[in-house]
Design a protein around this ligand. Structure first.
Ligand code: UGA
Length: 424
């Protein structure tokens, strides 16, 4: 199939590459000239495992462009994967989607379908369909196909989805989109078809539920500390109940990234417009914001509220491992708070770069002049670190925001160890 993907961010790029791997011809369109030029020259704009190799392997099936040229005819499927940021008033900004739709309407030469992967307010795709129908006599049917891939495992998630949600109101469109996914040989139960509004709701509800789960475990972890329970043992007990599940129960310094913070707030706002107060999601947002202060307070208590001129070695900047993305990263919030209180910070991250902090490329060197250590992201590389390096810390103390050293007997090395949800 000839597929045209608009918006070459995480979702658009991963989808394009995976669909090329499935045998389709993909035209990737993004108005960011620099990004497209880089991609044409094999320079990948993001760090994401497997992307580089897959682009190389499928380069004959991938074309990168900044606009939909009239000559690019014969498109079977258009995919929209542009950003839908939250405006200051809490509304979802869908401007970029309309820009793409106008481009499609002005260039389409035959009946085809439009798959919307961008996260949009409930009811939006129906409105979009009405807009398209008033502007063209071609049959351009909208499918809502929210994406559930995670940064850091985007390719594997796309190619091995637990489920594919297809919101539709045209059999023609459903048939086409199933044809597109056919090479994945999905089982019947992996494909869930719904109406357009329900599909949009599934995306927001999924992300909000996961955010809720994280805030829940973070709050339970606080209570564990006060009651001398151990969150790791508590977690084991919780996870053994299949109704609760095994995933997204890692406590820490809060969730970040470009999705959970944005989508939870958007859902609360959508609900507000319908005079519904989403108390659970509002609380999940509040708890997440409080989590970083709770962790900061551990540090401040240790230092009797005075950290001015203390030097903190900080491991991990990215909002999660295996990505270089800093959007809404808890580490950045923490760095800003520490810096405001007069601390110096020396950071290390395998992939992420943050220009407002001193950063070293050699993990061992960040210990040279440090008073203490903070772990903000659980990269595998940190888990394998030589513990002897910790002896260099002048104050012999570690604040582990991701509990990665919870099973290492750091006391043996004369170190004081603070983590989340467990008293040292
Ligand atoms: C999330 C969803 O997991 C994807 O299904 C969805 O497609 C994506 O948003 C999106 O809407 O585009 P992502 O933000 O890439 O994916 O990463 P996650 O693995 O979900 O992690 C989000 C945040 O939660 C990270 O800061 C992570 O550290 C934190 N987290 C996750 C925890 O604190 N504890 C956990 O147990 C799990």
């Amino acid at each position: 199939m000839n597929i045209c993907v608009f918006g070459i961010g995480y979702v658009g790029l991963s989808a394009s590459i995976c669909l090329a791997k499935l045998g389709h011809n993909i035209i990737c369109i993004d108005k960011d000239f620099k990004k497209i030029n880089n991609l044409k020259n094999g320079v990948i704009p993001i760090f994401e495992p497997k992307i580089k190799e897959l682009i190389k392997e499928n380069k004959d099936k991938l074309t990168f462009e900044t606009s939909l040229d009239k000559n690019l005819q014969n498109i079977d499927i258009y995919i929209i994967a542009v950003g839908t940021p939250t405006k200051d008033n809490g509304e979802v900004d869908v401007k970029s989607i309309y820009e793409v739709i106008d481009t499609i309407i002005n260039n389409a030469t035959k009946n085809s379908i439009i798959i919307n992967k961008s996260t949009v307010p409930i009811g939006f795709n129906n409105k979009l369909q009405d807009y398209i129908n008033t502007k063209t006599s071609l049959k351009l049917d909208v499918i809502s196909n929210p994406e559930f891939l995670r940064q850091g495992s985007a390719i594997d998630d796309f190619l091995n989805p637990e489920r594919i949600i297809l919101g539709y109101n045209s059999d023609f469109a459903l048939k086409k989109v199933l044809e597109m996914y056919k090479p994945m040989q999905l089982k019947e139960e992996q494909i869930i078809t719904t109406d357009l509004n329900s599909s949009e709701m599934i995306k927001y509800a999924s992300n909000s539920f996961l955010a809720l789960k994280i805030s829940f475990i973070n709050e339970i972890s606080k209570l564990c500390e006060k009651t001398n329970a151990n969150i790791e043992q508590v977690k084991k007990g919780l996870m053994s109940d299949s109704r609760i599940g095994k995933k997204f129960l890692n406590c820490g310094i809060g969730y970040g990234g470009s999705c959970f913070p944005k989508d939870t707030k958007a859902l609360v706002n959508i609900a507000k417009n319908h005079n519904i107060e989403l108390k659970t999601i509002k609380s999940a947002i509040e708890a997440n914001e409080a989590q970083i202060d709770y962790f900061l307070q551990k540090i401040l208590s240790f230092y009797k509220e005075n950290i001015s001129n203390k030097t903190f070695a900080l491991l991990g900047l990215a909002f999660k491992p295996n990505t270089n993305d800093l959007r809404e990263a808890p580490s950045i919030k923490l760095i800003n708070k520490l810096a405001t209180l007069g601390a110096n910070i020396i950071a290390y991250d395998p992939k992420a770069r943050y220009d407002k902090v001193k950063q070293l490329n050699n993990i061992a060197q960040i210990f040279d002049n440090a008073d203490c250590l903070i772990i903000a992201t659980e990269w595998d590389e940190f888990k394998d670190i030589d513990i002897k390096l910790f002896k260099k810390l002048k104050d012999k103390v570690i604040f582990d925001g991701r509990n990665i050293f919870k099973n290492r007997n750091l006391e043996e090395y004369g170190l004081k160890y603070f983590c989340v949800g467990k008293n040292e």
